[in-house]
Every structure is written in structure tokens, then in C-alpha cells.
Design a protein around this ligand. Structure first.
Ligand code: AMP
Length: 202
């Protein structure tokens, strides 16, 4: 199974990504986590990644591709992946499509989780109150939502045109979001490894 999660900050893509990865027995590849791990190292390049993340700006495409490509290649050889937060720009989407073609695989679905900005902001501020991330502060949250709308939003029509977009209302309890994702995958003709609906394309 090869899926990607396209969602603004606070929509729950981490939670849903982990659930999908467990269900399908594939790797959950969270771009933000990988880049945060890389940013821990003490080189000028790594400090640059940390600075982009702290501001809520996107890390440049080439840095993201260098970090993600080996992980995606390894996961593709082991049954697939759930991409969480990658691609986030049109050039990244095009690079991801070229990589998949080189590997002889195709993306099964792109899951778009949407919710109103007020809901997303409230969730992220709640997360901040529970010892959340350094970028969960009001002005950076605002900027991240704007970056999503302007730069990542165009990926919604991109994957719609490819006939693989599953749009799900994320302003619901996590179990309901998971159920709607499964229903959307079934609608694309994807059936589960255990024979139920919602897995690998038949
Ligand atoms: P996330 O954990 O998905 O909320 O991502 C946190 C931050 O990591 C983002 O605000 C960006 O700075 C960076 N980031 C994550 N994924 C990408 C990506 N695909 N392209 C560029 N920057 C990214």
C-alpha cells in the first residue's frame, strides 16, 4: 500500500498516518519528524533546517528530497509507505512521481484531511499547552496555515486530476476520521490485505 496524507497542521495526519501504517503493515514516513531529527545535528546545514521549522517556513525542496528519498526507496522495497507531510509543494510532488516511476510503483491514494482554520488553531494551541512543539505558538501557527493554503493547497487539484484524491472531514473524532478514510479508500477500489475493504488495489 502506498498512500500520502495531505493536510494542514493540526488536522491529525500524524495520528491517522500511524493508524494506517499499522493497519497495512507499512512504514509511516513523517517528513516533519525526519527533518526535526536531522535538525538536531550541529552542522550549519542542519541548523538551517531548524530555523525553517521554527519559523513555520517550508524547508527547501532539495534538502527535503535528499532526506526523504532513501527512506521512501527502502520502504517501497518492503511493501509500501504512508507519506505524512510529503510532498508539500508541486515540485516535490513531481519529484515523488518520478521517483515512484523509477521504482516501478504507483501511488494508491492521496488522502486530504480538511478542517476550518479555527479548529486547527485551537487544536495546535491545546497541543502547545500539553508540552507541544516549538512551532506551536500563535503567530507561527498562523503562518503555517497560510503556507499550507498557498503552497500545499495546489496539490489537492493535482491529485484530484489523477483520480486518487480521498477528501475527508477532519473536524470529527479520530475514529470517525479513520472510518471515513477507509470508506474513501474502498471507493477507489482498494481492498484490505485481510479481505475487508480499504487495502491494496485489487
Ligand atoms: P509537520 O511535522 O508535518 O507539521 O512539519 C513541521 C515542519 O517541518 C514544517 O513546518 C516545515 O518547516 C518542515 N517540513 C515538513 N515536511 C516538509 C516538506 N515536505 N517540505 C518542506 N518542509 C517540510
Amino acid at each position: 500500500m502506498r498512500l500520502l496524507l495531505l493536510a494542514p497542521p493540526g488536522a491529525g495526519k500524524g495520528t491517522q498516518g500511524e493508524r494506517l501504517a499499522t493497519r497495512y503493515g507499512v512504514r509511516h514516513i513523517a517528513a516533519g519528524d525526519l527533518l526535526r531529527a536531522e535538525a538536531q545535528a550541529d552542522t550549519p546545514a542542519d541548523r538551517q533546517i531548524a530555523a525553517y521549522q521554527a519559523r513555520g517556513d517550508l524547508v527547501p525542496d532539495q534538502i527535503v528530497l535528499d532526506a526523504l528519498t532513501p527512506v521512501v526507496v527502502a520502504a517501497a522495497a518492503h511493501g509500501g509507505y504512508i507519506l505524512d507531510g510529503f510532498p508539500r509543494t508541486l515540485p516535490q510532488a513531481e519529484a515523488a512521481a518520478e521517483l515512484a516511476a523509477r521504482l516501478g510503483v504507483t501511488l494508491d491514494a492521496a488522502i486530504y484531511l480538511y478542517a476550518p482554520d479555527e479548529v486547527l488553531t485551537r487544536r495546535l494551541l491545546d497541543r502547545a499547552g500539553q508540552g507541544g512543539r516549538a512551532d506551536d505558538v500563535a503567530d507561527v501557527i498562523q503562518h503555517r496555515l497560510q503556507v499550507f493554503a498557498e503552497t500545499t493547497g495546489p496539490l489537492v487539484p493535482y491529485y484530484t486530476q489523477r483520480g486518487i484524491l480521498v477528501a475527508v472531514d477532519a473536524d470529527q473524532p479520530p475514529d470517525s476520521v479513520t472510518a471515513d478514510i477507509q470508506a474513501g479508500l474502498s471507493g477507489l477500489g482498494l481492498t484490505c490485505p485481510d479481505g475487508h475493504e480499504g487495502g491494496t488495489r485489487a
